[in-house]
Design a protein around this ligand. Structure first.
Ligand code: DX5
Ligand code: ZN
Length: 214
């Protein structure tokens, strides 16, 4: 089953309430929340107060993507704010195994994100502690970038690792996803598709959400 997780990074930052209403009406499965600290990535977005208020405004599960250094410092705060999935970058965690356990202990699903230059072998000793793997298909920090084609090979390799481990782990792809490339992405093994610009810049967001399912 394919899940669509539109990113509100592409929405009007002064009107997230309308954005999450639109996503519910459009049939989205998750609301993807891109948290940026201006250090791990060269951009700032929003933090846990925004996640908390989004949680009050929508019943859609919040898929929180932390693009921040030392994310372990904020795991409890984001969990209390209503995150359902909490994803940290492997590159941002000195103690990734510990951080994943911390996320699960807070009752959230634990996600690991990999930058485009990070190989799938970093997952080898933490797959049992993860509920979701996020492959970045652009360099994190900004919406509206072009999909990096080598991500397809990485998705296939991560999907093989997931199959070999025998547990159900979601495989998410994030960046430059459109109705034109979604079939290749799904064929490579992704089952959660993040899309910001493609959904929020569309005249008919519901049609795009439907089209992204392949
Ligand atoms: C990039 C973010 C993505 C991004 C997706 O740092 O993690 O979620 O907003 O936006 P599009 O679909 O516009 O590439
Ligand atoms: Zn994201």
């Amino acid at each position: 089953m394919i899940h669509i997780a539109p990113s509100i990074l592409a929405a009007d930052f002064a009107d997230f309430a309308s954005a999450v209403r639109l996503l519910a009406e459009a049939g989205a499965d998750f609301v993807h929340c891109d948290v940026m600290d201006g250090v791990f990535v060269p951009n700032l977005s929003f933090g846990m107060s925004t996640v908390r208020d989004l949680h009050r405004r929508t019943s859609l599960p919040l898929d929180v993507h932390l693009m921040i250094t030392e994310p372990g410092r904020y795991v409890e705060a984001f969990a209390e704010s209503g995150a359902r999935i909490l994803t940290v970058h492997a590159e941002a965690c000195v103690h990734l195994h510990r951080t994943l356990q911390q996320i699960r202990a807070c009752g959230c699903l634990a996600g690991v994100a990999l930058n485009p230059a990070t190989g799938p072998e970093v997952l080898d000793y933490i797959l049992d502690d993860a509920d979701l793997i996020l492959c970045m298909s652009v360099n994190p920090g900004f919406g509206g970038q072009k999909f990096i084609p080598s991500t397809l090979d990485k998705l296939r390799r991560v999907r093989e690792k997931i199959a070999a481990c025998g547990r159900e782990i979601l495989l998410e792809v994030d960046g430059g996803v459109t109705p034109d490339n979604c079939r290749a992405i799904i064929a490579a093994g992704a089952d959660v598709l993040v899309a910001g610009s493609a959904v929020f810049r569309a005249d008919d967001p519901a049609a795009v959400v439907a089209a992204l399912r392949g």
